[in-house]
Design a protein around this ligand. Structure first.
Ligand code: BEZ
Length: 250
C-alpha cells in the first residue's frame, strides 16, 4: 500500500520540511544558468527558490498530485520513478530534501540513477532521515500494526540508514563523498502529531481494514503522549537528518 499525498495538507502540517531544507541550496551552491534536478520536489518549494536564483531547474516526484502542485508553482515537474530516472549526463547538480527515505525499494538503484543523470563533476546534495529518525513515532506505528496482526516490515515505507551505511552506498555507486553528517533536529509539530500522522502515516493505516484505521490512529497518539508531548512545547518529532554533498568524479 503506498502513501497518498495531498499538497494542500502537506503545506498545513509539514510546511517546516522545505523551510528546514532550504539551506541545502547553499551546500549545492548553484550558479546562474546551471541545470539542477530537484529529486522528490514535492510542491516545488525549493525548486522555486532555485529558479529565483536563475538556475534551470527540473523537478521530479513519484506523486502525480505533487507534480501537479509543482507545475502550478511554475516548475517543469515530471512524474517519474527515482529508481530509473530518464536522464543521462543532463544536470550539474541533483538536490533532494526529505525524499530519499521514501525510496526504500532499492537505494542503490536510486544512487546509480542520480549518478547517470549528472554530468562528470556534478554534485549530489541531499538531506533525509537517518538512523533513529522519528524513532518514537516509527516505533509506535510499527507496534500498532503488529498488535493488529500485520508484519510491520511488509508495510513500513521508510529507509533510515546510518551515516556509515549511506556513505558506503554513495561510494559503491561511484560518488566521491565531500561531506556527510548525521544530526538530531527535534522539531515542533505545528498541527500536532495528529497532523503529522495524517500527512505521513498513510502507508501504515491504509494496510488495516477500514474500520480499524481510526482506532489505530488514536492508539498511536496515546502511545506517543508520554515521550513526544510536552506541556510547554506541545508535540515535537525526534527528527534525525543525514546531510551530504557528493560528486560524480570528473
Ligand atoms: C522525514 O522528513 O524525516 C520524514 C517524513 C515523513 C515520514 C518519515 C520521515
Amino acid at each position: 500500500m503506498t502513501q497518498r499525498w495531498d499538497p494542500e495538507a502537506y503545506g498545513r502540517h509539514a510546511g517546516f520540511v522545505p523551510e528546514l531544507g532550504r539551506s541545502l541550496i547553499d551546500l549545492l551552491a548553484p550558479r546562474p544558468g546551471e541545470r539542477v534536478l530537484d529529486l522528490g520536489c514535492g510542491r516545488g518549494d525549493l525548486a522555486v527558490e532555485l529558479a529565483r536564483r536563475e538556475v534551470r531547474v527540473v523537478g521530479v516526484d513519484g506523486s502525480m498530485a505533487m507534480v501537479e502542485a509543482a507545475r502550478r508553482n511554475g516548475i517543469d515537474a515530471r512524474w517519474v520513478d527515482a529508481h530509473d530516472l530518464p536522464f543521462r549526463e543532463e544536470f550539474d547538480g541533483v538536490l533532494s530534501n526529505a525524499a530519499l527515505h521514501w525510496m526504500r525499494r532499492d537505494p542503490d538503484a536510486v544512487i546509480r540513477s542520480v549518478h547517470r543523470a549528472l554530468v562528470r563533476g556534478g554534485r549530489f546534495v541531499a538531506e533525509f532521515g537517518g538512523a533513529g529518525n522519528v524513532a518514537d513515532i516509527h516505533r509506535a506505528l510499527r507496534a500498532e500494526v503488529a498488535a493488529r496482526g500485520l508484519d510491520p516490515d511488509r508495510i513500513d515505507p521508510w529507509f533510515f540508514p546510518t551515516a556509515e551505511e549511506y556513505r558506503a552506498r554513495l561510494e559503491f555507486g561511484g560518488f566521491e563523498v565531500e561531506h556527510l553528517e548525521i544530526f538530531s533536529r527535534p522539531t515542533p509539530l505545528p498541527t500536532g502529531v495528529e497532523g503529522w500522522l495524517d500527512t505521513f502515516g498513510g502507508a501504515f493505516f491504509a494496510a488495516l481494514p477500514e474500520e480499524e484505521r481510526r482506532p489505530a490512529r488514536d492508539r498511536v497518539i496515546e502511545r506517543l503522549v508520554p515521550t513526544r508531548r510536552d506541556a510547554v512545547q506541545g508535540w515535537t518529532a525526534d527528527y534525525v537528518r543525514i546531510r551530504f554533498r557528493a560528486r560524480r568524479p570528473p
